[in-house]
Design a protein around this ligand. Structure first.
Ligand code: FAD
Ligand code: MLT
Ligand code: ZN
Length: 469
């Protein structure tokens, strides 16, 4: 049995756990020579999360190449009482994808096949370890695209995106990952393979187990394949960066555009300090000749040029300061970079505490004004960075200048969110980072139901212990 890691918690002394010889032999038998990695330097790469805030340790990285091998690994680990952390691209932002208790890391990267795209309904079955970028490339050949897009597209996997019910940049129009899941295959904590990849639109034959696995953060099953619906890729796009003097005017404008702009594909908010940070990092030029306190990045798409309708909507917008609009691919990408580069630019300041929350739209602007004050009232030297998916009421509260395991700001902010009727996790999940505060959004009866479901599918609690529950 693996010895427990000494680095449970955020930053501890690094003690490398080792695999017991009989466990090693059984895993080798299931996985073959390429599937079991114990080189500590290779394993270490998989024990730190994307932000650098969560640093764990593990005796081994297992890299199964098929659903059967995943089932074999789970069966062996269960028998030995060893827990497992499923890992896709390790771009998760709530500490759910790394072994904080000395677990074995089960990486899905070798199960990355992308099946044929169905010409009739645009569905495709994808190995859980395939990246979003790889799926997008295949979809493009068919004039289609994946239904969810996010800045970590070259690394995030379809398995991870289903496991977190990823949101991303186009939820305002298409909804999150769950809305596009047409089938799944997964191995539960007992080693049982559940498979329902029919892709039938109408299929009322009992519990929606795919829907349950979606957003379960690796706690109920290891997804090995998912069937997703691809979407038509509109022929024309326009992107605008719109400057506002005030947050409430920006929120009101987005609400108006949602009603008036049929092809609204994205409505993303960034603030002046974040834009300055990104531009300073990239060296790119400010698209405006003066600063605006608040910016909304808008994307509109359609088969016909959406720019005229977009221009009409902008002309009718109250409180708008200035706008830069373009239909050209290069300039569009440069405007998007101002928004997408926030995550990397903030991370470069030191591992942030990432609080991804949703507010009711009528509380959004007041929350964004209040939260930096609240943060400095708790930790005066901390700094707050806000950006996010304003079209969904989703703001990413990033706080730098905090010790990794200092949770005081997290608690204060999440309590403020819940008090305002919001969600403490809009799209990243609960993971380890927010587990202590699940009760702010879920009743004791709901959490008891979660525990009962967990026990049914993972009776020994070997799948991602300490995540979510
Ligand atoms: P991982 O990080 O490896 O894992 C995430 C969770 O899913 C863990 O709990 C893990 O155990 C579990 N898991 C992974 N694979 C499986 C599997 N096959 N079976 C069962 N459980 C599994 N997220 C958004 O929602 N919207 C965004 O806009 C967004 N933008 C991002 C931008 C950047 C730059 C970065 C770094 C991250 C961003 N994220 C965003 C977060 C992250 O990309 C998503 O949560 C993504 O879905 C994680 O995919 P992954 O393959 O990296 O999963
Ligand atoms: C985003 O919207 O860019 C992501 O959710 C990543 C982040 O929150 O940093
Ligand atoms: Zn986001």
């Amino acid at each position: 049995v693996a010895t427990p890691a000494a680095s449970v918690g955020h930053h501890g002394p690094v003690v490398r756990p080792t695999l017991a010889p009989d466990l090693r032999a059984e895993l080798e038998e299931v996985l073959g020579p390429r599937g079991l990695v114990t080189d500590p330097d290779v394993v270490a790469v998989h024990t730190v999360d994307w932000t650098g805030r969560f640093r764990g340790s593990s005796p081994a990285l297992v890299r199964p190449a098929s659903t059967g091998e995943v089932a074999g690994v789970i069966e062996v680990c269960r028998r030995h009482g060893v827990s497992v952390v499923p890992q896709g691209g390790n771009t998760g932002l709530v500490g759910g994808s790394v072994p904080m208790g000395g677990e074995v890391v089960l990486a899905l990267g070798r199960i990355d096949d992308i099946g044929p795209v169905s010409g009739l309904d645009g569905q495709v079955t994808v190995g859980a370890g395939a990246t979003l970028g790889a799926l997008a490339a295949v979809a493009r050949e068919h004039g289609l695209r994946p239904p969810v897009d996010l800045a970590a597209r070259e690394t995030a996997t379809l398995g991870g995106m289903v496991a977190t019910n990823a949101g991303g940049l186009h939820v305002v129009r298409y909804g999150p990952m769950r809305h596009h899941l047409a089938g799944y295959e997964a191995v539960t904590g007992t080693g049982a393979v559940l498979s329902h990849l029919t892709g039938l639109v109408k299929d009322n034959t009992g519990y929606d187990l795919g829907g349950l696995l979606c957003g379960s953060e690796g706690t109920l099953g290891v997804l090995t394949r998912v069937r997703v619906r691809l979407l038509p890729d509109p022929a024309a796009r326009a992107v605008g960066l719109v400057g506002f003097e005030a947050l409430d005017a920006a929120v009101a404008a987005v609400a108006a555009w949602r009603r008036s702009l049929e092809g609204l594909e994205a409505a993303e908010i960034v603030l002046r300090d974040g834009v300055e940070l990104v531009l300073a990092t990239s060296g790119d030029r400010d698209p405006f000749d003066r600063p605006w306190p608040v910016y909304v990045l808008v994307e509109v798409a359609g088969d016909d040029d959406p720019a005229p309708a977009f221009a009409d909507a902008l002309a009718a917008t109250d409180g708008l300061g200035d706008a830069v609009v373009t239909s050209e691919p290069g300039p569009r990408a440069r405007l998007w970079a101002i928004r997408e580069e926030h995550t990397t630019a903030i991370n470069a300041l030191g591992a942030p505490h990432k609080l991804d929350v949703t507010l009711p739209l009528d509380a959004f602007a007041a929350f964004c004004v209040e939260v930096p004050r609240l943060v400095t009232s708790v930790v005066p030297e901390a700094r707050t960075w806000l950006f996010g998916h304003v079209g969904d009421g989703n703001v990413h509260v990033n706080v730098t200048g905090l010790a990794p395991d200092d949770d005081r700001v997290d608690e204060a902010v999440l309590e403020l969110v819940a008090g305002a009727g919001g969600s403490i996790s809009a799209e990243h999940g609960i993971g380890r980072a927010k587990r202590r505060w699940l009760h702010l959004n879920r009743t004791p009866a709901e959490i008891a139901a979660f525990v009962a479901i967990k026990r049914a599918l993972d009776p020994d609690g070997i799948l991602n212990p300490g995540v979510l529950l």
